[in-house]
Design a protein around this ligand. Structure first.
Ligand code: ADP
Length: 489
C-alpha cells in the first residue's frame, strides 16, 4: 500500500510530544512490513538537520495557491532514520517555518493550513495519488478538505484519508477568513455546523471537526479513549460530531519503539537485563539510590515521570509521595511544567525534600535519566485525570517497573489489576484504581507496596508479566492497515 503522512511533528527531527513518536514508530513498522511510506512535513529552520540523511532540494519553483495569489515553494527530500521524507519550504515573506519553533506562533493556524494545502498541491502536481493520506491532529486536518473539495474535481480521485486525533484539547479554532486565505471559497457551504463550523461558537471554524467530517476514517489513540470522547464528555465539545460519525471512528493503541526502549541493550542504564534476568534490575535501583543520595536499603521504590500538568493528577502525586514514605517505600519524581506556577511549586517541594533519604524530586526534562528511573524503580505511578493513550505505563512495563494507574483511557486498555482484573493471571500486570481521589489512589498504592514487602516472589512474577507484555508497534500497525484496507478503493 502507498501511504503518505502529513504531519507537523516527526521524531527525532521535529519532536514536540507523542504525535512525533507515533508518526515515526508507525511508519517504521509499516515500512518493515513492506508498505511504501512517505512523510510530508515543514522544513522548519529548527529541524535536527544532523539526523537527516541525503537531504537535497528536488523542486525549487513549485507554486501553492494562497491568499488570492501564489506562494513559491521548494521541496526537499531526505531520510530520517530510514524513513523517506519530503520537506515543504515556502519562500514567502511570512517565513512560516523560520521561527525557531514548531508551534507557539500567533499565526500557527495559517502556517499549518499552508502546510496542508502545499502537501496536497505537491502530490497533485507530481501526479502522486497515494492509497492513503494519513493526517494528524488539527495541523493537517484541512488536508482532507482540500483533497475532497478541490483536488478531487481536478482528478485526484484515488486517495483516501485516515485522520488520527492524538489530543482533543487542541482543536485548531480560527476565524472564517481562513477560508478565503486557503482557497475554500464557498463560505456558505463550509460555515455549516455539519461542516467546518464549531458546534459551540458560530463565529469560529474548528479544524479538527473538519478533519472528522471530511476524512474517510478517524482514529484516536486507544479504544477506551474513543468511547470517552464520544460518550463520556471527554471530547472537549466534539462529542456530537463524533457520535454522528461513529461508524467511521475507532481507537487504536499507540505502540513503543521496542528497539530503542530495550532494557537488554539500553546504554543509559547501569546493568542490562531482560525478563529472564529480572533480578539484575535491582542493581539499577541501587544506582538510582546512589545517584539521588537515597538510603540504599531494599525498600520498594515508587516513581512518577511526566509533564507536571493537572491532567496527570498532580494532587494525587503529592499525596502519593507522603503515603509511599509512610508505608516504608521511597519516591522519585522526574517532571517539568510549562506553567511557571506549577514549576515553582514543585521546585519548592523538591527543596523541601532535599534532606530526605527516601524522596527525590528532579525538576526538568531528561530523557536518559527517565530510562534510568524506569529501570531503577519498582513501581511507576500514573494517576491521570484523563489519558488518551499514555506512554509512561508502557515504558514502565517494558523496563519491569510495575504500573500503578488510574483506570482511564489508554491506561485502562493496557494495565490489568493483579487482584481484580477479569483477565487471566498471566495477563495481569499492575495495580489499578478507579476513583480520582486519595482513597482511590491508596486502594492501589497500598496493595502495591504491601505486595513488594510481604510477597517478594509474587512481586517479581508481576514485574515479569509486565515485561513480557507486547506493547510494540506490531499489533497497532496491523490495526491501522486494517483501517486503511477498509477505506481504499
Ligand atoms: P503526554 O504525551 O501526555 O506527555 P505520555 O505518557 O503519552 O504523556 O508520554 C510522555 C513521554 O514523555 C514518556 O515517554 C515520558 O517518559 C516522557 N517524559 C515526560 N516527562 C519527562 C521528563 N521530565 N523527562 C524525561 N522524559 C519525560
Amino acid at each position: 500500500m502507498d501511504i503518505v503522512h502529513i504531519t507537523a511533528e516527526l521524531t527525532p527531527v521535529a519532536k514536540v510530544g507523542g504525535l512525533g513518536d507515533v508518526v515515526a514508530g508507525l511508519s517504521a513498522q509499516h515500512q518493515k512490513m513492506g508498505e511504501s511510506v512517505e512523510i510530508i512535513l515543514p522544513k522548519y529552520d529548527c529541524l535536527l538537520y544532523d539526523q537527516i540523511d541525503d537531504l537535497e532540494m528536488i523542486v525549487d519553483d513549485f507554486k501553492v495557491p494562497w491568499d488570492h495569489g501564489m506562494v513559491d515553494c521548494a521541496i526537499w527530500k531526505g531520510k530520517v532514520h530510514g524513513l523517506s521524507c519530503l520537506f515543504i519550504d515556502p519562500k514567502s515573506d511570512e517565513g512560516f517555518f523560520h521561527r525557531n519553533a514548531v508551534y507557539g506562533q500567533v499565526d500557527d493556524i495559517q502556517r499549518f493550513a499552508f502546510m496542508s494545502r502545499a502537501a496536497i498541491e505537491y502530490l497533485w502536481q507530481s501526479d502522486r495519488q497515494p492509497d492513503i493520506i494519513h493526517c494528524h491532529d488539527w495541523p493537517s486536518a484541512l488536508a482532507p478538505v482540500f483533497l475532497f473539495e478541490i483536488y478531487q474535481q481536478l482528478g485526484m480521485t484515488r486517495s483516501r484519508v485516515c485522520f488520527t486525533i492524538h489530543n482533543f484539547k487542541h482543536q485548531g479554532l480560527t476565524g472564517r477568513d481562513l477560508l478565503e486565505t486557503t482557497g475554500l471559497h464557498r463560505q456558505d457551504y463550509f460555515c455549516r455546523t455539519d461542516s467546518l463550523l464549531d458546534s459551540q461558537n458560530p463565529h469560529v471554524l474548528n479544524l479538527t471537526k473538519g478533519g472528522i467530517v471530511f476524512s474517510n476514517f478517524v482514529t484516536t489513540v486507544s479504544p477506551s479513549h474513543a468511547i470517552e470522547v464520544m460518550d463520556e464528555e471527554q471530547g472537549f465539545g466534539l462529542e456530537p460530531v463524533l457520535q454522528t460519525h461513529r461508524a467511521k471512528f475507532t481507537g487504536i493503541l499507540n505502540g513503543l519503539d521496542y528497539d530503542f526502549f530495550n532494557p537488554f541493550t539500553d546504554p543509559a542504564i547501569d546493568i542490562n537485563y531482560d525478563a529472564d534476568s529480572i533480578t539484575d534490575k535491582a542493581n539499577n535501583k541501587l544506582a538510582l539510590q546512589k545517584l539521588f543520595s537515597l538510603n540504599e536499603e531494599n525498600k520498594p521504590l515508587v516513581a512518577f515521570i511526566g509533564r507536571l500538568d493537572p491532567q496527570k493528577g498532580l494532587d494525587l502525586v503529592e499525596h502519593a509521595i507522603q503515603q509511599s514514605v509512610q508505608l516504608g517505600a521511597q519516591f522519585v519524581l522526574l517532571g517539568s511544567s510549562l506553567d511557571p506556577m506549577i514549576q515553582k511549586h514543585f521546585k519548592s517541594l523538591s527543596n523541601h525534600y532535599d534532606d530526605s533519604q527516601d524522596i527525590h524530586l528532579e525538576i526538568g526534562f531528561n530523557e536518559s535519566l527517565s530510562r534510568q528511573i524506569y529501570a531503577g524503580s519498582d513501581f511507576m505511578l500514573v494517576p491521570s485525570r484523563f489519558e488518551p493513550c499514555g506512554l509512561t505505563q508502557l515504558l514502565a512495563m517494558r523496563y519491569g517497573s510495575v504500573p500503578v494507574v488510574r483506570e482511564t483511557g489508554g491506561l485502562a486498555d493496557t494495565v490489568f489489576d493483579v487482584d481484580y482484573s477479569k483477565y487471566p493471571e498471566s495477563q495481569r500486570n499492575g495495580f489499578v484504581f478507579k476513583d480520582f481521589d486519595k482513597t482511590g489512589l491508596d486502594s492501589a498504592l497500598n496493595r502495591a507496596i504491601h505486595c513488594y514487602q510481604t510477597q517478594p516472589q509474587r512481586y517479581l512474577e508481576i514485574s515479569r508479566h509486565a515485561m513480557l507484555c507486547d506493547y510494540s508497534w506490531n499489533q497497532p500497525a496491523q490495526d491501522y492497515l486494517q483501517v486503511y484496507q477498509s477505506i481504499v478503493h
